[in-house]
Design a protein around this ligand. Structure first.
Ligand code: KG4
Ligand code: ZN
Length: 344
């Protein structure tokens, strides 16, 4: 059975995992940098890159020890090659190249977004292509038609902030700390989602895209007004995000693309009310709903190893000159969405 070593270092988590081509997770180790970035209220790229240098190699050694394997027994090395903070990406990719060269193993340069996009098939081996994927993370908010490894059609993207970015900025505005997503979810659980009138940008429009910048500004005004409880603002914000995600996803489900399931992935997919709303939407459309377990939604190396497994099986192997890329769209042919600051 082919064994894949996966490495992840594109943001503020350093991770190494060993996964088989059948989807057995033999080991996964992760070091979060939350504490190092907390005083700054967000990820500081320089601090992140230095931390990856310090912890990645011991994590790889630890994962190999957990799985009782040596590097010689690994068949494929898969490392995130982008998109992400370039200093961190370079640490993981160069480490992967060095291991591949020294151990004479094939290298797979994995697009971090493909790691998220294929993670539901690691969680549920019965999930078949094609499927409709809502990819919601700190840097991205996209609807994708997933047809196979390396085969994606981007149907919609955000014209300004990503969904996770909106959660993180809202948390900062409300003084809930970092990382923002889980803190907002926790506060929202004690709030009234109908308490604060907030906009639902692009809801019901014929164009397919997402927008969260106006929502964030409205949250700021509500917070500054002093008229509302923090919990009520958090709950109202989360409900507005849910309404936008559901409206945009429902629009695609109505478009009639072939899909075996509605799938959600990326860090924001760890949000329980968002998962529940998407599950209800899938059922209204007589579709299966697949969401990875929470630990597989946020950044990790098992999803990178698994994307490496899928690409390896499809013969998609890279050579040792492959570049690290700060931006790397899954669907390079996708048209740019209108608006400034369009994310890849
Ligand atoms: O996929 P991920 O771990 O890293 C990126 O590739 O961006 O996603 C991180 C994002 C952050 O913005 C974080 O606030 C958000 O996912 N997030 C959540 C939750 N857990 C993480 N957002 C909402 N609710 C959560 N429970
Ligand atoms: Zn991610």
């Amino acid at each position: 059975m082919t064994i894949i070593l996966g490495l992840e270092s594109s943001c503020d988590e350093t991770a190494a995992a060993l996964v088989t081509a059948r989807g057995d997770i033999l080991a996964h180790r992760l070091a979060t940098q939350e504490e190092a970035h907390r005083p700054y209220g967000g990820v500081v790229p320089e601090i992140a890159a230095r931390a990856h240098v310090e912890v990645l190699t011991p994590l790889i050694a630890g994962a190999l020890a957990d799985a009782k394997l040596t590097l010689d027994q690994v068949d494929v090395i898969a490392a995130t090659a982008g998109p992400g903070l370039i200093g961190g990406v370079m640490v993981g990719l160069v480490t992967g190249k060095a291991l591949a060269h020294a151990a004479k193993k094939p290298l797979i340069a994995v697009n971090h977004l493909e790691g998220h996009a294929l993670s539901p098939r690691l969680a549920d081996p019965t999930l078949q292509f094609p499927y409709l994927l809502l990819l919601v993370s700190g840097g991205h908010c996209q609807l994708l038609h997933v047809k196979g490894p390396g085969a994606y059609a981007r149907l919609a993207t955000t014209i300004d902030d990503a969904a996770g970015e909106a959660f993180d900025k809202t948390a900062k505005l409300l003084g809930l700390g970092y990382p923002g997503g889980p803190a907002v979810e926790l506060a929202a659980a004690c709030g009234d989602p109908g308490a604060v009138p907030l906009p639902r940008p692009l809801l019901g429009t014929s164009e397919p895209h997402f927008s969260f910048a106006g929502l964030k500004s409205a949250v700021m005004r509500a917070a500054q007004s002093g008229a509302y409880r923090v919990e009520d603002i958090a709950a109202s914000f989360q409900q507005a995000v849910i309404d936008c995600l559901i409206d945009r996803t429902a629009r695609q489900l109505g478009a009639g693309l072939p899909a075996n399931a509605l799938v959600v992935a990326g860090g924001v997919a760890a949000n329980k009310p968002i998962r529940a709303a998407l599950e209800a939407l899938a059922h209204r459309h007589d579709l299966r709903f697949v969401a990875p377990p929470l630990w597989l939604c946020t950044d990790n190396a098992a999803m990178i190893a698994w994307a490496g497994a899928e690409r390896h099986a499809a013969g998609l192997i890279d050579d040792l000159t492959v570049p690290a890329r700060p931006r790397w769209p899954l669907d390079p042919a996708a048209e740019k969405a209108r608006g400034a600051g369009v994310k890849a």
